[in-house]
Design a protein around this ligand. Structure first.
Ligand code: B16
Ligand code: MG
Length: 218
């Protein structure tokens, strides 16, 4: 039986994926790399340094910068991102998520966070959702990012649950791959084609309810 839920943050709980994309777009433009929706999609769930590498690769600039320069650019992106977060509050919680989290608690499901973002504690605090996610995988301690199973496997382990007792919720292709490889049930939120590998698909967080999940699993 399902006993726990392991959540992604950006793009599932909060509308922050647009801020990440905006901040990367700004940096890509500065680096002379053309921006498009496909690149934006590929960066979802991917760590800060790996995202920068994907952008440089897209622009044919893989060997153009030293490690120190790359770190400075990654910091610049994060500064852009933090500036965009400044005025964020609970209104950035995606539709239906606040009710869903409250319902999960009420039904005694355990919750953990499997976000690749080093900013996740700050984001949760600003959204007023920190109390739900005292169990959080620290992305700084990971050997491998999404799509590797490590982050979602740890998300179950910190709840003392087996993977088959957990449902993972993601908006990124790499994230759904991570959930599946960890042996959990995957819910993909967003484009059906991009997230075709998910066990259950919802086009919007609005559809994320226990009743809909039970129906999909029946
Ligand atoms: P940071 P998630 C991911 O968060 C974002 O989707 C991705 O765009 C971002 O690059 C990554 O976190 C790292 O974030 O630069 O804040 O450490 O979707 O796994 O919650
Ligand atoms: Mg995400």
């Amino acid at each position: 039986a399902i006993k726990g839920f392991v959540f992604d943050l950006d793009g599932v709980i909060a509308d922050t994926s647009v801020y990440h994309a905006q901040a990367w777009h700004q940096l890509a433009t500065e680096l002379g790399v053309a921006w498009n929706d496909e690149l934006a999609d590929d960066l979802k769930g991917v760590s800060r340094m790996d995202s920068l590498e994907l952008i440089l690769k897209a622009g044919g600039k893989t060997d153009a910068y030293t490690q120190a320069e790359k770190e400075a650019y990654a910091t610049k992106k994060n500064d852009n991102y933090l500036a965009l977060l400044k005025n964020m509050d609970a209104s950035a919680i995606l539709p239906g998520i606040a009710d869903f989290l409250a319902d999960l608690k009420k039904h005694d499901y355990q919750l953990s966070l499997a976000s690749a973002s080093k900013n996740s504690p700050l984001v949760l605090e600003q959204l007023g959702l920190a109390d739900y996610f005292s169990a959080r995988v620290d992305p700084a301690t990971l050997k491998h990012g999404k799509p590797d199973p490590e982050i979602f496997a740890r998300g179950a382990a910190i709840l003392n649950l087996r993977p088959d007792e957990c449902i993972g919720v993601e908006d990124a292709k790499a994230g759904v791959q991570s959930i599946n490889a960890a042996g959990e049930t995957s819910i993909g939120i967003g484009d059906l084609q991009t997230l075709a590998a998910a066990d259950i698909n919802f086009t919007s967080t609005k559809d994320l309810t226990l009743a809909n999940i039970e129906q999909a699993l029946a």
